[in-house]
Design a protein around this ligand. Structure first.
Ligand SMILES: Cc1cc2nc3c(=O)[nH]c(=O)nc-3n(C[C@H](O)[C@H](O)[C@H](O)COP(=O)(O)OP(=O)(O)OC[C@H]3O[C@@H](n4cnc5c(N)ncnc54)[C@H](O)[C@@H]3O)c2cc1C
Length: 491
């Protein structure tokens, strides 16, 4: 076993340089740890935060875009203190009020109807998020609960009201990162805690990357090694005596054969990567409880389709074009008829909610798509996706839509180092139990029996009981695991 007696001797390797990994590294360094290494699979840092400047000097956020909530949000605090927030007003939670909603026949739906349905929809989701569901709704999926509860409102009896309601559910799939709300637990939604203050806080010209840079400032140079995908994590080595002069309990081997030894490893890879690789990555294998948590929690896909035009063709007061279908994928009957088989692939584009305007890019629109349809789209060439989007924009709005000059399309589901966008709690799963099992370090404290404690620790968005899905959740889990090690050496 390593003879380290204090944090200055302890060797810590962090797997992943997203918010969780960088927060862990910065906290450890501040806490006196002198031997911290971050191994990152990609050639860039940030993980699901990807602020890029592909075409101009202006940032595009391919991943996370907003800071959700203000009070108690550590990233909002950093952004505010460092003057990194956007100067304009933050977007309102009911963003659809500035949007134009079009039906398949090209007719626009009145703002009054949109407003009524969207605000009733918000009331219903708030009830689920604030743990105020009626008993009859507690065992339902979020989709089934919403269908039942929306039936009480007069708009449910009009065709347009139903179409806007279907759009609201499709749009909510973006928040949940799910294929469908019929797969999400209604009662478990209250595990997620909304922080007080504006929900959609936007960052200034540096984008999310500017917050990552604040964390990087605290790290000695050479702390992060990019293009170093970890292939295997062998733990409990000292006890098993793999090698007579084995000093460290954990060994990591990268895809290129490079190997590292450590007293402690903090694993921050996404739930998607764990689903894909956990069974082969760890030796000895992860405990059953952790493997079940990895299997039971779900990791959905949200993709963005950026379309850049030479000139703006939508009215000044239009913040987005939203698409309403006669038979949309979140209609109960449509969902049920398409749940089996492959027919949904023919209409994958119906899952696109619409096209929003993009901050700092006055001639760009961003389409949103989720779930299995997003994964299907990811396999198509950009040109095919672009042509379908232009066709949708032309046929729904009737406007003269020019050709697209450039596209930028995310493919989070196919990205082997992420495998999706963020976590959701499926219908029938106990979220708190699963998040806890995912977060618990190895070996478990009660089963240490002389083995070194805290060999492998787990951080990352999916390990937070209340702020899963978010950047601040990821950040806080990195701090949590670093503090676990700091107090271990302080005891
Ligand atoms: C499209 C999209 C929009 C989003 N919008 C928002 C938003 O507006 N607001 C918000 O709060 N959140 C948003 N999120 C979620 C947010 O981005 C994540 O919750 C957060 O960034 C996760 O951070 P993390 O550190 O837990 O994981 P990650 O960022 O996934 O970091 C894990 C890192 O591990 C690396 N890795 C994986 N495998 C290996 C390996 N074998 N070896 C070494 N390294 C490895 C990965 O490359 C990655 O860099 C969005 C996400 C997406 C995809």
């Amino acid at each position: 076993m390593s003879s380290c007696s204090g944090p200055e001797d302890a060797k810590v390797v962090i797997v992943g340089s997203g918010f969780a990994g960088l927060a862990a590294a910065a906290t450890l360094v501040k806490g006196g740890f002198e031997n911290v290494l971050v191994l990152e699979a990609k050639e860039r840092i940030g993980g699901r935060v990807h602020s890029t400047k592909p075409f101009t000097e202006k940032v595009i956020e391919v991943g996370a875009n907003w800071i959700h909530g203000q009070k108690g949000n550590p990233l909002y605090k950093i952004a505010k203190e460092q003057n990194l927030l956007s100067e304009g007003p933050s977007a309102s939670k009911n963003m659809c009020l500035q949007d134009y909603f079009f039906k398949e026949d090209g007719k626009q739906v009145s703002k009054t109807i949109v407003d009524q349905v969207c605000s009733n929809f918000s009331k219903l989701t708030d009830k689920a998020f604030e743990d105020e569901l009626d008993r009859k709704h507690r065992k339902l999926s979020l989709g089934a609960y919403l269908n039942d509860a929306f039936g009480e409102f007069p708009q449910s009896r009009t065709e347009e009201g139903q179409q806007v309601f279907e759009w609201c559910k499709r749009n909510e799939c973006t928040d949940e990162a799910c294929s469908s709300l019929y797969e999400v637990s209604a009662s478990q939604s209250s595990n997620y805690i909304d922080l007080e203050g504006e929900f959609f806080n936007t960052l200034g010209p540096g984008g999310y990357r500017a917050i990552l840079d604040v964390l990087l400032k605290d790290l000695p140079s050479g702390t992060i090694q990019c293009s170093a995908p970890v292939k295997s994590i062998r733990w409990d080595l000292v006890k098993k005596g793999h090698c007579e002069d084995q000093r460290y309990p954990v060994q990591l081997v990268c895809e290129n054969g490079q190997s590292f030894e450590a007293d402690h490893v903090i694993v921050t890879v996404s739930l998607g990567v764990l689903k894909d690789k956990a069974s082969t990555m760890f030796e000895p294998p992860l405990p059953k409880k952790k493997l079940s948590a990895i299997e039971n929690l779900d990791f959905g896909i949200v993709d963005k389709i950026f379309l850049f035009f030479e000139k703006r063709f939508w009215p000044d007061d239009c913040a987005g074009v939203q698409l309403l279908w006669k038979e949309g994928p979140e209609d109960k009957d449509v969902y049920e008829s398409l749940s089996e088989g492959e027919a949904w692939k023919k209409t994958w584009f119906k899952k696109i909610t619409g096209f929003d305007t993009v901050a700092r890019h006055p001639t760009a629109l961003c389409g949103w798509i989720t779930g299995r349809e997003a994964l299907y789209m990811e396999k198509l060439p950009d040109s095919e996706i672009r042509d379908i989007c232009v066709r949708l924009l032309r046929s729904f709005t009737g406007w003269s839509v020019p050709e697209v000059s450039k596209t930028l399309i995310s493919r989070w589901g196919s990205d082997s180092h992420v495998r999706g966008s963020y976590t959701f709690i499926p219908d029938g799963v106990d979220g708190v139990k699963a998040h806890k099992a995912l977060a618990s370090p190895l070996p478990p404290k009660d089963k240490c029996r002389g083995r070194k404690h805290l060999q492998v620790l787990f951080a990352g968005e999916a390990t937070h009981e209340n702020f899963y899905t978010t950047t601040h959740g990821a950040y806080l889990t990195g701090v949590r695991e670093a503090e676990r090690l700091i107090s271990y050496y302080a005891d």
